[in-house]
Design a binder for this molecule. Structure first.
Ligand SMILES: Cc1ncc(COP(=O)(O)O)c(C=O)c1O
Length: 377
């Protein structure tokens, strides 16, 4: 086959020169402080056993879904699973997409219209930005979790038909959350349509629906995105909202319409994982580990390096791509998988080590990793 054009090879060379060249790494047997398997469900045999049972009980399965949802791919399990997801999250409806990336591409490219304005937190995930790039609406970022900045920007640009505000429940690269009361105040003041990506909160921040109700955020929430590749330990995503949102996406979201549906085995696994979520498997251990981690950070005098987080994602700012890569390598040598997050994924000088905590991490693993960090910094 013909190689890619020279200009693209040059771009690759440039990445190597500045130390940001990406390569694929096979999963290792190191202590896991890196995966998104926060509750340990990806390694739970009971889920695959239950998923097989669900398929057997249903009596008809297939290796693949055989088509898109609008053609032959709409397996009977979709109805059951979407109902189960909607009930768990106390939403009117759920619509399954093949991944969180697909859900965001479909949602953001289809929903905001030509004369609308979209305001998104500067730290939202790449899938949201990519979706917005496909939209005809104008979009503007506001400073991370800064709702005064958001208010100023909304006030300045008043002519839109609809105003959309986009944020995340737990930010993937920082582990923090919006201040819900301040967000609710903005929603009430400007009558916005709110979209919240809950990827890193799904199954972890179990009080989220309650928070939405208590703060009145619920009244402005047009869509929620939940994903299954993180705490649920499997694959896929869903958009939650009312029936008209679901109908709209089925009719207009390209990444829903023009792709082969998830296979029955994936749906059965999602159903089995939600059953475990309902049973709160791993939840207490995860939250205990988050507390242990935060306590150790304070005890080891590391607090000034970390972004405050009550989620499973904890970031230690260690400026410089080479510096943070070196730190990650030291962790690897000591048996820990702690990944560096480099610029341009995060801003320059904000490069960081990202510790993902899990239900299955032990107290000893957490304390040893943080002691190592204290010696390295
Ligand atoms: C906030 C956020 N949204 C969406 C996604 C994409 O989800 P998926 O991995 O299911 O495509 C991610 C993945 O990292 C994410 O962090």
């Amino acid at each position: 086959m013909k190689r890619i054009p020279k200009s693209l090879l040059k771009k690759l060379e440039n990445r190597k020169e500045i130390g940001t060249f990406r390569t694929l790494k096979t999963k290792t047997a190191l202590v896991d402080f890196s995966s998104n398997d926060y509750l340990g469900l990806a390694r739970l045999d009971a889920i695959s056993v239950r998923a097989k049972q669900i398929l057997t009980d249903l009596g008809h399965s297939a290796n693949g879904s055989t088509g898109s949802r609008l053609l032959t791919g709409h397996h009977p399990l979709f109805k059951k699973v979407e109902q189960q997801i909607a009930t768990y999250h106390e939403a009117e409806t759920a619509l399954v997409f093949n991944s969180g990336y697909d859900a965001n591409i479909g949602l953001f490219s289809a929903l905001p219209q030509r004369n609308d304005l979209v305001f998104y937190d500067a730290f939202v995930h790449a899938s949201i930005r990519d979706g917005l790039r496909l939209s005809r609406a104008k979009s503007y970022s506001f400073r991370h979790n800064d709702f005064e900045d958001l208010a100023r920007k909304i006030e300045k640009l008043t002519s839109a038909s609809s105003v959309w505000v986009v944020t995340e429940a737990v930010f993937s690269m920082d582990g923090d959350s919006p201040d819900w009361k301040s967000l609710a105040a903005i929603c009430n003041r400007f009558e916005v349509h709110l979209i919240i990506d809950e990827a890193h909160a799904t199954g972890v921040l179990t009080q989220l629906t309650e928070i939405y109700k208590q703060t009145t955020i619920e009244n402005h929430l047009t869509a929620r995105v939940v994903t299954f590749g993180k705490a649920l330990g499997c694959h896929g995503a869903a958009v939650l909202g009312n029936a008209s949102l679901r109908d709209y996406l089925i009719n207009f979201a390209g990444s829903f319409i023009y792709t082969t549906a998830l296979p029955p085995a994936a749906l059965a696994t999602i159903a089995a994982a939600y059953e475990k979520l309902q049973d709160k498997i791993g939840l207490e251990s995860l939250h205990q580990n988050i507390d242990i981690f935060n306590r150790s950070v304070v005890n080891l005098d590391l607090k000034q390096h970390f972004i405050l987080s009550q989620s499973a994602v904890h970031c230690c700012i260690a400026p410089g791509n080479e510096h943070v890569k070196m730190l990650s390598m030291q962790f690897e040598k000591s048996g820990f998988d702690v990944r560096p997050i480099l610029s341009p994924t995060v801003a320059a000088r904000k490069e960081r080590l990202r510790f993902c905590l899990h239900a299955f991490n032990t107290e000893n693993e957490i304390e040893s990793a943080l002691k190592l960090l204290a010696t390295l910094l």
